[in-house]
Design a protein around this ligand. Structure first.
Ligand code: SIN
Length: 269
């Protein structure tokens, strides 16, 4: 049963995601915010259409969930250090067309990320999301037991190199549990991703690769996904503790400009 019955919600797929209708994010009272927060925990990805959010309003909305995170590698817009511009750099230079959770190479990866669409292609440039609770829960008891005992190293070296800060990030490897417990719901989720997870603790990348490949393929199967087709004015927010996402680059040189914010998170356990 829904825990946010007073919101007008349209679910995106059976696995995750909901569009929230009739809400102006610049004018949320505490009661509405509590319902949005409950829907966020229940559906993991929320879509709000037709929003008018300048950087101040975007930051103010994000801060309802907690303090905002300043990205350690990716540059921000001139006026707001919490806001990252996402634009079309061309398929060869894109760094987000890969299944990932944001900033998992940090000791405390973000709780949530949100994107606000300023301009979008006529077709393409969709974002995919995959539910990591369902991914874990569908594994066999034996595999669940094995994974619960593992930790993995996450590194920002690839992102650092893409941003021409490779050396600064080479040394930053961060250990996280392979299965994390959601701090607000208590639900377990797989917590490895293609962009940043390098190896299991005390194992080489070559030894780790077969199991990592299996897990990421398993965790991104179509029945675990939803897909967001962007319209200008959309605000999409996802739970970075339980979701992986993937930006599809099928829009050539078409303009695609979004603003991203991330909310500070806690240490995965
Ligand atoms: C991101 O991975 O933060 C951006 C996703 C997107 O551009 O759709």
């Amino acid at each position: 049963m829904s825990v946010s019955p007073d919101l007008d919600l349209v679910r995106m797929t059976g696995a995750l995601g909901a569009e929230v209708r009739g809400v102006d994010l610049t004018d949320l009272d505490d009661g509405q915010f509590a319902r949005v927060h409950a829907a966020f925990l229940e559906h993991h990805v929320l879509v709000f259409r037709d929003q008018k959010l300048d950087p101040d309003a975007l930051v103010a909305f994000g801060q309802r969930f907690g303090p905002l995170y300043v990205h350690p590698i990716v540059p921000h817009i001139e006026t707001h250090e919490e806001v990252i511009p996402i634009s079309n750099l061309g398929k060869r230079r894109t760094i987000t067309e890969v299944w990932h959770s944001d900033v998992t190479f940090a000791p405390c990866p973000p709780l949530a990320s949100a994107l606000y669409a300023l301009s979008v292609p006529d077709a393409g440039g969709d974002t995919l999301f995959a539910n990591q609770h369902l991914a874990f829960e569908a594994l066999s008891p034996g595999m669940q037991r094995l994974l619960r005992g593992l930790r993995a190293v996450h590194s920002g070296d690839g992102l650092g190199a893409a941003m021409k800060q490779g050396e600064a990030w080479r040394a930053h490897g961060q250990l996280h549990p392979v299965v994390r417990t959601h701090p607000e719901t208590g639900r377990p989720a797989l917590f490895v991703n293609r962009a940043f997870t390098r190896a299991f603790e005390d194992m080489t990348p070559a030894e780790s690769r077969p199991l990592l490949d299996f897990l990421i393929e398993w965790a991104t199967a179509p029945h675990l996904q939803c897909r967001h087709r962007w319209r200008k004015g959309d605000l999409v927010m996802w739970d970075n503790r339980s979701i992986m996402h993937y930006a599809v680059h099928d829009h050539g040189d078409a303009k695609r400009n979004l603003h991203r914010i991330t909310v500070e998170g806690d240490e995965p356990r």
